[in-house]
Design a binder for this molecule. Structure first.
Ligand code: ADP
Length: 249
């Protein structure tokens, strides 16, 4: 299978001398999902920013389809924890923003946005403002906006961590179906073990800072919404927890 995302010995030292990442290597094949988990401050966000073309590694390479990432690309969508919505824009305007910036016609924008809002269960909320909606709905708007440009790669930085436990589980199910229906390659940063195991076919465990790969755990059962209720799921969570504890120094 074709490799879509490859981290090739990535190290990052910030200008103030903070060493965030050390020689991080892993890859994700096309259409697969991968979770990155590790203690707070181990460089997870730094790694995602490198893959989005916002930051440059100090050494090593971030490759997408074999090409080095040098700037942000339309193929890659980044979803952040705080939803990244503009409070003064309506739901419709927030979702259509990327299309507007890329000069899609009004008609094309309307077609894409309406069908996305329908798919994501947001129909009827076009003229609402983000503040009028729950956190779970706001994050779905964030997903809709990312999906509008039909990205092939979805990078997510703790996208569900400010939601309550129940909404979080609902949105994990939602993300699972979004990923399965769209054939995207997904890289999810989380510090939640259950989330990493529910959504990542591969789980990259990072050690504490400077983040380096402590272990890569294969997790082939991902894809079934009932996986969460199985003994295999609990066993995998235990395995990831042990690995994180071993990597924390
Ligand atoms: P995580 O997402 O795993 O919590 P981050 O990638 O946000 O980790 O940060 C990794 C380390 O790099 C942390 O110690 C953080 O304080 C530091 N860091 C992040 N951004 C900068 C920066 N611009 N300058 C200096 N240090 C930074």
């Amino acid at each position: 299978m074709r490799i879509m995302i490859e981290s090739k010995g990535i190290s990052k030292v910030y200008p103030d001398g903070t060493e965030a990442l050390r020689e991080v290597s892993f890859d994700v094949s096309e259409g697969k999902s991968c979770s990155i988990i590790g203690p707070s401050g181990c460089g997870k966000t730094t790694l995602l920013f490198i893959f989005s073309g916002i930051l440059k590694p100090t050494s090593g390479k971030a490759l997408i389809e074999g090409k080095e990432v040098v700037s942000p690309s339309k193929e890659v969508a980044l979803i952040l924890q705080d939803y990244g919505l503009f409070p003064w824009k309506t739901v419709y305007e927030n979702v259509s923003l990327g299309l507007e910036l890329r000069r899609y016609s009004k008609k094309e924008r309307k077609r894409t946005v309406s069908s996305l809002l329908e798919d994501l269960g947001l129909k009827g909320f076009e003229n609402h403002y983000p503040k009028q909606l729950s956190g779970g709905m706001q994050q779905r708007i964030g997903f809709a906006r990312a999906m509008a440009l039909n990205p092939r790669i979805l990078l997510m930085d703790e996208p569900l961590s400010s939601l309550d436990a129940l909404t979080r589980e609902t949105l994990q199910n939602f993300l699972l179906s979004l990923w399965k229906n769209n054939g995207m390659t997904m890289l999810l940063v989380t510090h939640n073990i259950e989330e990493a195991v529910f959504l990542g076919e591969k789980i990259v465990v990072l050690s504490s800072r400077p983040g380096s790969v402590a272990e890569i755990i294969e997790n082939h059962k991902v894809g079934d919404v009932n996986y969460r209720n199985t003994e295999g799921f609990l066993e995998k969570c235990r395995e990831v927890r042990r690995s994180i504890e071993d990597g924390v120094t």
